[in-house]
Design a protein. Structure first.
Length: 391
């Protein structure tokens, strides 16, 4: 059992560490993507401010071109006018008009070239800006997808671990149930072997003896028949007790409280120990598994009282409270050392207490054992009632 649990815990731990590593790697990837996004964002800002500058330069150059075109036009007209009427102007004037017109033309060509270069540069920067913006959008999208994936995995990791632990628990309890069933069977086999089986062997011997004595010594035969009858009766009582222990029929027919009453009365008759039975709270419907478990707890507690306690008084208290059925069995016997009793490794110890604990825990209940030497023992159990019976 210990090995099974250890393996299961190892599996859960291993899955935990694998998923944990995967999460760390993804988280590192997320950091890198954020860094990439950050540097693209900076690049975008730089390109954008360059674009703004360039656009204002283009605007200025367009204005300058407008003025220059006007000036050039004027210079061209002047040259035309001077050329047409060259008799009216001296050589100096004509030369100046020509140079002026030529300079404006050259300046205009240069300015247009400059404008063209700036527009080309602006177009290039605009394309670059658009591409960077697209990359930034993708990096931001990827970053937030990774965040969602991490959140999802983080949430699911807990769920995955929970379900693994749940599976482990089921397996653990499954093995416990099988072990408990085997213990029960062994106990019943021992009881049949020591009780009815031996009595029946005795009955056969006695019947054979009666057969022999029937004609030889009818009076002894009669006595032997009488003793045979009492052995048969004892055997019948044993069989009835075993059947009762297997499943007290009255639990189905009469319900929990009358069955406890019957158990208590029989216990008092057989042992001479005084038993008080108190019921507290409003009676409610109790699932049959809970009924049976509570009954088994009382049965085992009483059996321990006969076997170990030397008690004179016993009290059984049954209480319905806050959706739980509580039961306490108190005795005023010799008590025992709780610390050193009832663990599985202790081969001298029986399984009664362990069985009680397993039963109660399987039903999500709680059990408390208190014992004070020479003062007595109290077993307290609290089990939530489960809704309707499942068949
Ligand atoms: N009411 C009690 N008074 C004194 N000692 C007790 C009482 N109940 C239990 N014990 C002690 O606790 C031990 C464990 O009890 P448990 O019911 O587990 O085993 P058992 O009664 O010895 O064997 P089994 O129940 O398997 O027939 C007992 O051996 C006994 O020493
Ligand atoms: Mg016992």
């Amino acid at each position: 059992m210990v090995l099974v649990m250890q393996n299961d815990i190892l599996t859960a731990n291993r899955i935990h560490s694998i998923l944990g590593n995967a999460l760390n790697t993804i988280a590192e990837g997320k950091k890198e993507i954020f860094e990439i996004a950050e540097s693209v964002r900076k690049e975008c800002d730089i390109v954008n401010s360059k674009l703004v500058l360039l656009k204002s330069k283009i605007e200025t150059i367009i204005n300058e071109l407008d003025i220059l075109e006007l000036e050039e036009k004027k210079a061209r007209f002047e040259l035309m006018r001077v050329s047409k009427n060259f008799n009216e102007f001296n050589e100096e004037h004509i030369k100046n008009a020509y140079e002026n017109a030529n300079n404006f033309r050259i300046n205009l060509v240069l300015k247009r070239q400059e404008e063209k270069d700036l527009i080309n540069r602006r177009n290039e920067l605009e394309i670059r800006y658009r591409n960077l913006a697209k990359t930034l959008e993708k990096a931001d999208g990827l970053g937030s997808k990774i965040c969602t994936a991490i959140d999802y995995l983080n949430g699911n990791l807990e769920e995955i671990i929970d379900s693994i632990e749940d599976m482990d628990r089921k397996k653990y309890y499954g093995v416990k149930i099988i072990k408990a069933q085997e213990r029960e069977r062994k106990k019943i086999a021992r009881e049949i072997h020591d009780g009815p089986a031996q009595s029946m062997a005795n009955i056969v011997l006695k019947a054979e003896l009666c057969e022999k004595l029937l004609y030889k010594d009818p009076n002894r035969a009669k006595d032997e028949l009488g003793s045979l009858k009492s052995v048969v009766r004892g055997c019948l009582t044993d069989v009835r007790r075993i059947i009762y222990d297997l499943r007290p029929m009255s639990l189905d027919d009469l319900g929990l409280i009358p069955t406890i009453e019957k158990l208590k009365n029989r216990f008092s008759e057989e042992t001479g120990i005084d038993v008080k039975f108190k019921i507290l709270g409003e009676h409610e419907y109790i699932n049959s598994i809970v009924q049976l478990s509570i009954f088994r707890v009382i049965q085992e507690a009483l059996s321990n009282i006969i076997k170990h306690s030397k008690a004179r008084n016993v009290e059984i208290i049954l209480e319905y409270v806050n959706g739980c059925l509580n039961v306490a069995v108190k005795d005023d016997g010799i008590g025992f050392d709780i610390e050193h009793t009832g663990n599985e490794e202790d081969s001298n110890s029986g399984f009664g207490m362990l069985g009680m604990k397993e039963r109660v825990e399987l039903l999500s209940g709680q059990i408390k054992v208190e014992s004070v030497p020479y003062k007595g023992t109290t077993i307290s159990v609290s089990i939530p009632y489960l809704g309707k019976d499942e068949h």
